[in-house]
Design a protein around this ligand. Structure first.
Ligand code: NAP
Length: 259
């Protein structure tokens, strides 16, 4: 018997986010695009955020193909004021704010001794402060909606990685941000989690040489690189009925690479 105050189980995936408004950053391509499409497939209305609205338009069109309403918006996630006005615009134009997925991210890889201050600041501003900007701007509507936040971290935020001190610091910071905000917003019914992908086939990993890719793939226990859709499935689970009692966690989706 479920406890008396447990919510009724909801319907299964395809319509499970019906009536919810979701914003996904970095949704023009790669993992963010897969997440936006998966949430649209599950019935959500989408705000597709990229650096420009034009960059997000293809994803918005793909979401509409699932019958979802979708709006493409352009903003630099590191720009605190501009992010606040995007959150206002979403509420006005889409009628609410239930799900926030902070996925936008960049790399500027270099060994510590050669890393510039600018490359450190850029990565932390986009990957970590960008997520804080959206969480801060959307906190009130998310509390009203008893919503969900998912931050896309990385396994290197847990393990560290030579040549990625800036990126690993930003991704570890996202895990601390996730846990702290989860504690602050739990009493308002908001679940806040992180997903930590391993090696996923996107533009971000395209630059890795064939031999390095082979070496890395050999180290993955499941012996293959992950797909953006496999990250999207995990995010969709956390945003849907299955995620209702999960908060402050980091879900590792890496084929076992970090084991
Ligand atoms: P990607 O293909 O390089 O796409 C990056 C996305 O972020 C694009 O939509 C880009 O928009 C957007 N973006 C970048 N800077 C932005 C800014 N300042 N403001 C707004 N949007 C910005 O990346 P991905 O591989 O899909 O990665 C997505 C997330 O997963 C990132 O946070 C990444 O760190 C994380 N991750 C990826 C992997 C992997 O193996 N790929 C592994 C672990 C974690 P534009 O198209 O407009 O430039």
């Amino acid at each position: 018997m479920p406890p008396q105050d447990a919510p009724e189980p909801s319907e299964s995936a395809p319509g499970s986010l019906h009536g919810k408004v979701a914003l996904v950053t970095g949704a023009s391509r790669g993992i963010g695009r897969a997440i936006a499409e998966e949430l649209a497939r599950s019935g959500a209305t989408l705000a597709v955020v990229a650096t420009t609205a034009a960059n997000g338009e293809e994803t918005a069109a793909a979401c509409r193909a699932y019958g979802a309403r979708a709006l493409a918006l352009g903003v630099d996630v590191a720009d605190t004021k501009a992010v606040a006005s995007v959150v206002d615009q979403v509420q006005k134009e889409l009628g609410g704010f239930d799900i926030l997925v902070n996925n936008a991210g960049v790399t500027r890889d270099q060994i510590l001794l050669r890393m510039s201050e600018e490359d450190f600041d850029t990565v932390v501003s986009v990957n970590l402060k960008g997520a804080w900007n959206f969480i801060k701007a959307a906190a009130r509507p998310l509390m009203k909606a008893h919503g969900r936040i998912v931050n896309i971290s990385s396994i290197v935020g847990l393990t560290g990685n030579a040549g990625q001190a800036n990126y690993a610091a930003s991704k570890a910071g996202l895990i601390g941000l996730t846990r702290s905000v989860a504690l602050e917003l739990a009493s308002r019914g908001v679940c806040v989690n992180a997903v930590a992908p391993g090696f996923i086939a996107t533009d971000m990993t395209k630059a890795i040489t064939e031999s390095a890719t082979k070496e890395l793939t050999d180290r993955i226990p499941l012996k293959r690189i992950g797909s953006p859709d496999e990250i999207a499935q995990a995010v969709s689970f956390l945003c849907g009925p299955g995620g209702a009692y999960i908060t402050g966690q980091t879900l590792v989706v890496d084929g076992g690479l970090s084991l």
